[in-house]
Design a protein around this ligand. Sequence first.
Ligand SMILES: [Zn+2]
Length: 241
Amino acid sequence: MGDEAIREQVAACSRIMTMKALIGLYGHLSAYDPQTGRIYLTPGAGSDRANVRAEDIWVLSKTGEVLEGSGRIAAEWPIHTAIHSTRADALAVAHVHAPFTTVFAIAEREFRPVTLTGAVLLGDGVPLFNELGLVVAPEQGQRLAAAIGSHRALLMRGHGGVIAGGSLEEVLHAALALEDNCLKAWQAAALGPVRWFSDEECQAVNQSKRPPSFGGVAWEYYSRVESSWDRQPTTTDNPLG
Ligand SMILES: [Zn+2]
């Protein structure tokens, strides 16, 4: 994929995540091109997330050197440089302050999946990064990268979450699944004990047959929805996301 195509995809993912209230005032995402070593990162806080375009995307080196971009950089860029530097499989990374993901990062409760999609995408566990404060220094990013390890997602205490994957499609799907599972777990807990998926159940679900389009279906669907979205922040529900 060339420079322009990556920029387009990163911008599209930003718009979809804004529409779905995964990001808003805060939150950002990136894609890494292993051919060039360039990290493509969405703009920082205060930018218009609902209207991000290819030309708005920043380009960083893996050591955090700004190669292209203007305005306000995403303050927590070390999250992206650290994970892209330490995980060859993580070609896409998102940092979200999504409401229910953040609630789960506040509650004293280990994350377990509660839906089939959650079991597939998050069944190997979602660790908690207990360190407080914004991740604005490379050494903080390294500690966060160590905490997420090979997992697809990480909760950040009193803050939000990080999702890493092999593509932006995968990261979008997993970010939606994380937010959905956190919301549904909370809702189900109001009714009584929650039927969390065990490790064995997650493995069983992962071995069962699923459609080949599983990874891309959320991207295709929400790309269509986003193309006709009214782009008003009031149609999302993420006050500080
Ligand atoms: Zn943050």
